[in-house]
Every structure is written in structure tokens, then in C-alpha cells.
Write a protein that binds this ligand. Structure first.
Ligand SMILES: Cc1cc2nc3c(=O)[nH]c(=O)nc-3n(C[C@H](O)[C@H](O)[C@H](O)COP(=O)(O)O)c2cc1C
Length: 231
């Protein structure tokens, strides 16, 4: 199994849980390979629309974001971890995710996404982690991933060492369950009915692309290339 793990920062409680999940998956599925990236310090999306209109290779941050995106495309499982900051996704993760706007369903979803599994992880001092994993999960949905799981924990701590042993046991127990589900489904996951219906609706929309602005032209070519729409 191939995993791409994208961390918000170099340390912290949330990343510690992502590492716990990776270790658990490797224990259950020896031979698992993981590519790990840390997006702290990545530049913010410039909002220039270049990826949509001219192609992602023209993104001003292509050199930095492309290795991560191509790893996602090769992986069976993608892990995104973000601490809860101001009730939302960390700025560094959000900055990275915006670079994948062109990979959302209405634009140029990667065909390999149809069998991928996403795992969204967040910790919070008190509240907000469920909202963060839900927002991360929306990205998996937008990319067209087959399935996603969420791990959200309220830890009441500013670092991993200060988390109580009781809480750490709960984290380990829930992480083991998600690892088991991930190992069972990796490479075999299929989109459920609601995702297939969404894709069908996207197809209908893409057929009307001639009525949409010019910057959709690349998207339409993409949909034709994969035979999702005819001429
Ligand atoms: C800038 C910042 C914003 C935060 N916002 C919240 C918040 O909105 N709600 C909350 O309960 N905890 C909040 N916290 C606490 C963190 O969510 C919590 O300590 C989390 O476990 C940190 O994860 P990390 O160690 O992976 O960075 C915030 C912490 C920081 C540094």
C-alpha cells in the first residue's frame, strides 16, 4: 500500500496522531510505503486562476506543490492532518489545499481518485476538531476520493506530552480502528451512490461547457480525454 501523509507542521499533537496511524497501518500491512510532506511555510495560493486557465504547471508555486500533488495521485491512502486553529483548518494546510482547486470535480479531477481513501485528523484544545476534519473531508470529496475517515480529538493540551494517558489510550484505540478499516479497503474502495450521482451531475454540467467562460476550456478537454463526455 502507498500512503501520502501531508502534515500541517513539523511537530505537535496532531502530527503525532498521524504518525501513530502510519505506524499502525505499517504494523498491520508490512511493506506499506509512505511519502510524508510538511506544508508549513508553503506559499499561499495566489488566486491567479492560472492552474484553471493555463494549466497547473504554470502555477507560480508549481515546484513546491507539484511533488506533493503527484504523490497524492500515486497513493492508495491520503492523510491530511491539521490542528484546530481559531475553529478552522491551520493556515498552512489551507494554503496547500487551495493549490488543488483545479483537481476538484468540476474542473480536472484525477481519474485515480476513484479508489482512494482519505483520512482527516485534527486535535483541538476544547472544541472545533470535528469541524476541521469535516472541512478536510470536503477536500477529499471535492477531489472525488472514494471514501474518507475522520479522527477528531479534544485534548485540552498545547503539546503531546501534556495529553493525559487516558486520552492517549482513547486516541490509540480509535486510531487502531481507522487503521484496520483503511488496510481492509485500501486499493479496493469504490465510490458510493451519492458520489456516483454527483459525478453524473458534473457530467451534465460539463456538457454545457460551451456556455461557460474560456477558462474552463482545459477542463472540458480533460473530461473528453477520459471519455467522461463526448464531443
Ligand atoms: C493559533 C491557535 C489557535 C487555536 N484555536 C483554538 C480554537 O479555536 N479552539 C480550541 O479549542 N483550541 C484552539 N487552539 C488549541 C489547539 O487546537 C490545540 O492545542 C491543538 O491540540 C494543537 O495541535 P498541534 O499540537 O498539532 O498544533 C488553538 C491554538 C493555536 C496555537
Amino acid at each position: 500500500m502507498k500512503i501520502t501523509a501531508i502534515h500541517s507542521k513539523h511537530g505537535g499533537s496532531t502530527r503525532a496522531i498521524a504518525t501513530m496511524l502510519l505506524n499502525e497501518i505499517k504494523k498491520q500491512e508490512p511493506g506499506t510505503e509512505a511519502d510524508e510532506f510538511t506544508v508549513a511555510g508553503f506559499p499561499s495560493c495566489a488566486g491567479c486562476f492560472t492552474c484553471f486557465a493555463k494549466g497547473e504547471e504554470h502555477c507560480p508555486h508549481y515546484e513546491q506543490v507539484h511533488p506533493v500533488i503527484s504523490s497524492i495521485e500515486r497513493a492508495d491512502v491520503v492523510i491530511l492532518d491539521s490542528p484546530t486553529y481559531c475553529m478552522g483548518i491551520s493556515g498552512s494546510m489551507q494554503s496547500f489545499l487551495e493549490h488543488l482547486g483545479y483537481r476538484w470535480l468540476l474542473h480536472r479531477p484525477h481519474p485515480a481518485m476513484t479508489s482512494k481513501i482519505g483520512v482527516a485528523i485534527s486535535t483541538t484544545g476544547g472544541v472545533g476538531a470535528k469541524g476541521v476534519t469535516k472541512s478536510l473531508g470536503k477536500n477529499f470529496w471535492g477531489w472525488g476520493a472514494a471514501k474518507s475517515y475522520r479522527l477528531a480529538f479534544s485534548v485540552m493540551a498545547t503539546n503531546w506530552n501534556d495529553i493525559t494517558e487516558e486520552k492517549k489510550l482513547e486516541i490509540l484505540r480509535r486510531t487502531e480502528i481507522i487503521a484496520r478499516k483503511t488496510v481492509k479497503k485500501a486499493g479496493k474502495a469504490k465510490r458510493g451512490l451519492s458520489k456516483r450521482v454527483t459525478f453524473f451531475m458534473m457530467k451534465r454540467m460539463m456538457k454545457k461547457l460551451d456556455t461557460l467562460p474560456d477558462w474552463f476550456a482545459l477542463d472540458k478537454t480533460w473530461w473528453r480525454r477520459y471519455g467522461w463526455i463526448k464531443e
